[in-house]
Design a protein around this ligand. Structure first.
Ligand code: FES
Length: 106
């Protein structure tokens, strides 16, 4: 995906709560509002096929609901300690008149 995809409204993404969405091609993405900015990362755990957004959000990290691997919501980077060892992708986020768009980072 190289183009911007409209994924929701700014007010859909609230502090402390993941917003699960999907791109047109079915790619699962979750958006997070953290410290005044909105971030988007891939929402499928690289360890097994489960949505990270159903896990536990703790500040800037999301914990997988199945085996507790943790990922940084700003970057998608995995934090050592769980069984997952691969990062999830992160996406650029753009706000255009209250509509949120995402695209793969270049
Ligand atoms: S499924 Fe996420 S850590 Fe195992």
């Amino acid at each position: 995906m190289t183009e911007w995809t409209r994924i929701g409204r700014d007010e859909d993404v609230v502090d402390g709560e993941p917003f699960a969405a999907a791109l047109d091609d079915g790619t699962a993405v979750a958006l997070y509002r953290f410290e005044g900015a909105v971030y988007a990362i891939g929402d499928i755990c690289p360890h097994e096929d489960v949505r990270l957004s159903e896990g536990f959000l703790d500040g800037g990290t999301i914990e997988c609901p199945l085996h507790q691997s943790c990922f940084e919501i700003r970057t998608g980077k995995v934090i050592e300690g769980g069984p997952a060892y691969e990062d999830v992708p992160s996406f650029d986020v753009r706000n255009e008149d209250g509509a949120l768009f995402v695209r793969a980072k270049r």
